[in-house]
Ligand binder design. Structure first.
Ligand SMILES: NC(=O)C1=CN([C@@H]2O[C@H](COP(=O)(O)OP(=O)(O)OC[C@H]3O[C@@H](n4cnc5c(N)ncnc54)[C@H](O)[C@@H]3O)[C@@H](O)[C@H]2O)C=CC1
Ligand SMILES: O=C([O-])CC(=O)C(=O)O
Length: 276
C-alpha cells in the first residue's frame, strides 16, 4: 500500500548520483510523481548522455557532477563501487541522508558510519536485490549460528569481475552450474564488487561481513539473478530465494533494486513504516 506523506512545508529534495541501469529507473519512477519527494538533481559521468536520457521526463532535473548534489536532502548513490566514497563522504559530512546501492563498498569504508554518527547524517541500505533482511534483523535478537547466501548468475553477468580476472577463469567456457567463489561477505565484495552487494546488505543486517558466508555460482542455464539465503538461529530457521529479472542495460543488476530504492524513499516521508 502507498500512504499520503507527512505534511511538510516542501518536498524532500532527492539527488541521484549515477544514471546507469538503476539510476535511470529511479529517475523515471520519481518523475512519475511521488507525493512528498522531488527529483532535484542528477550527477552523471557522461552529462550530455544523461540530459538526453532525461529529456523525456515530465520534469527533467538539472544534470551536473557530484558537487551538484550538495544541496539535496537525500542523495541516492548508484555509482560504480570505486566512486562510492566520492559521494558518500561529502554527503554524510554535511549531515544529509545517503541511500546506498554499492553496499559492498561500504564494507571497506566503515569509518563512514563514524562520520554519520558525528555529523547527524544517516546511511540507509535498501534491500536492493535481496529479501529477508527484516527476518534476519529479528533473528539477530536471538543467537544466530550461521547466515549464508548463494548467488547464482549467468556467466556473462560475472565476466570481468576481479576474481574472474585474477584467477584467469574462462567464464564463457562454463557449461554447467559451477561454484566459482566461496568466502565471506567482505572477501566477496572485493572479488565481485558488482555482483555481491546483496551479501553485504545481508552482512550488515546480520552477523557482520566476516561471519556471513557467500557462494557465487556461475550457471549458464539461468535467465534470472537468483539469491538464496539460509539462516540458522535459536528463534527460527529459514531459507528464502529470490529470482530477479536482470536489467537489459546492465545484466549484473536486476530490476528490483531501483524499486527497492524508491520504496526506501517513500518510507522517508510516510507516516507509517512497515519495517524491513
Ligand atoms: N544493493 C543491491 O542490491 C545492488 C546494487 N548494485 C550496485 O549499484 C551500483 C549501480 O548499479 P548500476 O546502475 O547497475 O551500474 P551502472 O554501471 O549501470 O551505472 C553507474 C553509473 O554511474 C555513472 N558514473 C560514472 N562516473 C560518474 C561520476 N563521476 N559522477 C556521476 N556518475 C558517474 C556511470 O556513467 C553510470 O551511468 C553498482 O555499484 C552496483 O554494483 C547493483 C545491483 C543490486
Ligand atoms: O541484482 C542482483 O542480482 C544483485 C547484484 O548484482 C548485487 O548484489 O550486486
Amino acid at each position: 500500500m502507498h500512504f499520503a506523506p507527512y505534511a511538510r512545508s516542501r518536498p524532500l529534495r532527492i539527488g541521484l548520483a549515477g544514471l546507469g541501469s538503476i539510476g535511470i529507473q529511479v529517475a523515471r519512477l520519481l518523475d512519475a510523481g511521488i507525493p512528498g519527494l522531488e527529483l532535484a538533481a542528477v550527477a552523471a559521468g557522461d552529462q550530455e548522455r544523461a540530459r538526453a536520457r532525461l529529456a523525456g521526463l515530465a520534469n527533467p532535473p538539472p544534470v551536473g557532477d557530484l558537487a551538484m548534489l550538495g544541496e539535496c536532502d537525500v542523495v541516492v548513490e548508484m555509482l560504480p563501487s570505486r566512486l562510492f566514497v566520492d559521494i558518500a563522504r561529502p554527503t554524510l559530512a554535511r549531515g544529509a541522508t545517503l541511500i546506498v546501492a554499492s553496499v559492498g563498498a561500504l564494507l571497506s569504508n566503515m569509518e563512514l558510519i563514524d562520520l554519520a554518527r558525528a555529523s547527524g547524517g544517516r546511511i540507509l541500505v535498501p534491500s536492493g536485490a535481496i529479501l529477508g533482511l527484516d527476518a534476519i534483523k529479528a533473528a539477530c535478537e536471538s543467537q544466530v549460528a550461521s547466515i549464508r547466501i548463494d548467488t547464482r548468475k549467468s556467466p556473462a553477468s560475472l565476466a570481468g569481475a576481479p576474481h574472474i580476472v585474477a584467477n584467469a577463469i574462462d567464464i564463457h567456457a562454463i557449461i554447467a552450474p559451477t561454484v566459482i567463489f566461496t568466502g565471506t561477505a567482505d572477501e566477496a565484495a572485493i572479488a565481485f564488487p558488482a555482483n555481491t552487494n546483496v551479501a553485504a546488505a545481508l552482512a550488515l543486517a546480520g552477523l557482520g561481513p566476516a561471519r556471513t558466508d557467500v557462494r557465487v555460482i556461475a550457471d549458464p542455464a539461468v535467465d534470472r539473478n537468483i539469491h538464496t539465503i539460509t539462516v540458522e538461529a535459536d528463534s527460527a530457521r529459514f531459507t528464502a530465494t529470490i529470482e530477479i529479472v536482470p536489467n537489459a542495460e546492465n545484466p549484473r543488476s536486476g530490476q528490483l533494486t531501483p524499486r527497492s530504492i524508491v520504496a526506501c524513499l517513500r518510507d522517508l516521508v510516510s507516516p507509517i513504516r512497515i519495517c524491513s
